[in-house]
Write a protein that binds this ligand. Structure first.
Ligand code: PMP
Length: 402
């Protein structure tokens, strides 16, 4: 453990050392069975009890209402891009079997690379018209990057969409919706029809468990790959409202697209997430992370810490901005607590920044390959001390470069 570096990577990302030490024990002997967690049957009494406890912890921390089920799936966030479309189209078909095809729409709020990818997957699948409810690029300073949550009056939703999709935190771009309802960068819940069960779908992959889910009860589906704040890759958590767990075969008989059985929420739900072999090890580690979260004081503790950490970092970056060394990529108000993106403006400065970081034992700060620049991720496992060290480094760097 003493040789571990500070890992500011975007995902997979840092896990608490204490959790990894505990996980090592479980690898040899899970729940006193004498069998390691990667070796034991997923149908054993011990694992069944464990997976139920993990779901309970998520329910407690996020205050998931009893109207919603918590499912454990595989295929990552990317798998859900298709899964949400197939299930929500089946639901829509059952609700409105006779709707003319051109009126079956899917609304996408595109505010970064990941919501764009999800929207493109919906286009690939077909079966409904894809409506881009808002496109962040069109509202950005340079017209080609994602640098903010666009103003509320630019969101244009369809009359009766099968789903309304948004990505709460855009990991690549560093754009995040605000949870303050009076913020212009909040999600425009007030523009949605309030008299029906909203078909609202949110990708929370990179902010899951970093703070409470805003208006969770209003969501049809919230999903997240585990590999940022929750645990190792391989586990996808899906929170689904009961009315979205539909008979996909009945819908297919009415003309909806067939849904692979492993992608049908109904299958996963009926079998308590044990229809087939789940990602046993990832679920185990996620359970340990949740235990630790509880010990520390729950999600509110992390929310407060994450807010403080990101504020400190943005403040340090602002000094660099004032001195002409740094350019923050995202406009104030839409800035992510989790993924902080910026450019170094001095000639060769970016490489010097990354090298200087590595010398101090700080890794994982290079921007996503598609957009370059610098990206620092401050997930739950990044401590305040580590953040302070990074802030100190950024201050030194800015002084040296200016
Ligand atoms: N959505 C978001 C917000 C993400 O950050 C990622 C992965 N970084 C994905 C979706 C895709 O997830 P996966 O790699 O688990 O398919």
């Amino acid at each position: 453990a003493s040789q571990r570096v500070m890992n500011f990577g975007a995902g997979p990302s840092a896990l608490p050392t204490a959790v990894l030490e505990k996980a090592t024990e479980g690898l040899f002997n899970f729940a006193g069975t004498g069998i390691g967690i990667a070796e034991i049957s997923h149908r054993s009494t011990q694992f069944r009890a464990y997976i139920a406890k993990v779901a309970d912890s998520i329910r407690t921390e996020l205050q998931v209402p009893s109207t919603h089920q918590i499912l454990f799936m595989q295929g990552g966030g990317t798998g859900q891009f298709a899964t949400v479309v197939l299930n929500m189209l089946a639901r829509h078909r059952l609700l409105y079997p006779d709707l003319p095809e051109e009126e079956r729409t899917l609304d996408y709020c595109v505010t970064g690379q990941w919501s764009k990818k999800a929207m493109e997957e919906a286009q690939r699948l077909g079966g409904a018209k894809v409506n881009v409810a808002v496109n962040g690029k069109e509202h950005s300073a340079d017209g080609k990057s994602f640098d903010s949550i666009p103003p509320h009056d630019t969101f244009k939703f369809s009359a009766n969409p099968a789903l309304i999709y948004y990505c709460e935190n855009e990991t690549v771009d560093g754009v995040q919706y605000s949870h303050e309802s009076d913020s212009p960068a909040s999600f425009p819940f007030h523009l949605l029809k309030q008299d029906t069960l909203l078909p609202l779908v949110a990708d929370y992959s990179s902010s899951f468990m970093s703070r409470p889910i805003n208006r969770i009860a209003d969501h049809a589906i919230v999903f997240a790959g585990a590999q940022k704040n929750l645990g190792p890759a391989g586990l996808t958590v899906v929170i689904v409202r009961q009315d979205c767990i539909v008979d996909v075969d009945a819908a297919a008989k009415l003309g909806a697209m067939p849904v692979p059985i492993i992608m049908a929420y109904k299958t996963i739900c009926e079998f308590d997430s044990l229809y087939n072999t789940p990602s046993v090890l990832a679920i185990y580690v996620a359970g340990l992370v949740l235990d630790r979260m509880k010990e520390k004081g729950g999600i509110k503790f992390y929310e407060a810490g994450n807010k403080r950490k990101s504020e400190k970092l943005y403040a340090a970056l602002q000094e660099g901005v004032d001195k002409g060394v740094i350019k923050a990529r995202v406009k104030e108000g839409s800035r992510s607590w989790m993924n902080i993106t910026f450019d170094v403006l001095t000639e060769g400065g970016e490489a010097r920044y990354l090298e200087g970081g590595i010398k101090r034992g700080m890794k994982g700060m290079d921007g996503h390959r598609s957009v370059g620049g610098i990206r620092v991720s401050l997930y739950n496992a990044i401590t305040e001390e580590e953040t302070d060290k990074l802030v100190e480094y950024i201050k030194e760097f800015v002084a040296a470069e200016s």
